[in-house]
Design a protein around this ligand. Structure first.
Ligand code: DQA
Length: 152
């Protein structure tokens, strides 16, 4: 069974009451439930994690590097600032899909740049919680393709 890490960065534990005009009223727990539901249908094991600390996020990636086959990340504001997170993603072997609840390209200029997306396979932004489910479907499809390509 493929394992997918879903890694959430700073302030995402406050979803549901944080800037609801931008991020909506869905909590991170509700997003996790939706992701797990789709993961069950796809036969994927999910490891869901959140931290407000950059070093801890990198530690999780380091551990999951040898365990998870693919990865979904929403690194919050670290997206726009953290070369360390981008480097950590570059070490991850499988497909990496970056998700943003909001459309970062339609927001302040400093949010339109993602340092971490440069290290990702692809990015989904602006679709709220559906972005996480779509990202899971994308990772699942990429893993199927990957294993078809590696089968002689
Ligand atoms: C976010 C966008 C970031 O700019 C912001 O700092 C967040 C959330 C999003 O999901 O839209 O914390 O990653």
């Amino acid at each position: 069974m493929n394992r997918v890490l879903v890694l959430n960065g700073p302030n995402l534990a406050s979803l549901g009451h944080r800037q609801t005009d931008v991020y909506g009223t869905t909590s991170l727990g509700e997003i996790e439930t939706a992701v797990r539901q789709r993961a069950d249908e796809l036969g994927i094991e999910v490891h869901f994690a959140q931290s407000n600390h950059e070093g801890e996020l990198i530690d999780i990636l380091e551990v999951e590097r040898d365990r998870a086959d693919g990865c979904i990340v929403n690194l919050g504001a670290l997206t726009h600032t953290s070369l360390a997170m981008a480097d950590a993603l570059r070490i991850f072997n499988g497909p990496v899909v970056e998700v943003h609840l909001s459309n970062i390209h339609a927001r302040e200029p400093y949010r339109r740049v993602s340092l971490t997306a440069e290290a990702a396979t692809g990015m989904i932004a602006g679709l709220g919680m559906h972005g996480y489910v779509l990202a899971l479907e994308a990772v699942a499809a990429l893993l199927v393709r990957q294993s078809a390509e590696s089968t002689p």
